[in-house]
Ligand binder design. Structure first.
Ligand code: FES
Length: 156
């Protein structure tokens, strides 16, 4: 599915310089790039390797080990539905189906306009609110179908 969003202007060198171009800061730099760009592009990883003097395979080893990193393009906002046990018994599968139908995409997919990427995860650490979903860093406890439009309109 193509993503037609405007490219994010990532200032990779500024991020690298903010850590003194230290190889010890590799994971933190990757986290900052992931947060700003929403994913890790190959050209940025190559540049990062050259600036830090870290072999590219080592960078990919880290980028593929941690779930926080994505090597595929993501939308501007992450919609995350918890499928952990506590949420599951409270109907998270139905919540995932409802938000999936609303967005017109399945888990791991990105909307055609590049606004949202849908993911499922295991436990978001707020089981009492289950079933729970989040958009970026904001959590929602079992929003109704009527609430979806209002919630989604907050994220462009
Ligand atoms: S199981 Fe969903 S937040 Fe813990």
């Amino acid at each position: 599915m193509s993503i037609e969003s405007q490219p994010i202007q990532l200032n990779l060198d500024a991020i690298i310089d903010s850590y003194g171009a230290s190889p010890a800061a590799l994971i933190q730099i990757l986290l900052d790039v992931q947060k700003e760009n929403k994913w890790l592009e190959e050209q940025d990883l190559v540049h990062l390797g050259k600036r830090l003097n870290v072999p590219l395979p080592r960078i990919y080893q880290i980028a593929t080990f941690y779930k926080a990193f994505s090597l595929t393009k993501r939308g501007r906002h992450l919609v995350t539905v918890c499928m952990g046990t506590a949420c599951h018994v409270r109907g998270s599968a139905t919540l995932l189906d409802r938000i999936s139908e609303k967005l017109g995409i399945g888990p791991t997919m990105t909307t055609a306009d590049g606004r949202f990427t849908l993911l499922s995860v295991n436990c978001m650490g707020c089981c009492a609110l289950g079933p729970v979903m989040a958009i970026d860093d904001t959590y929602f406890s079992n929003p109704s179908n009527a609430d979806f439009d209002d919630i989604l309109n907050r994220y462009q």
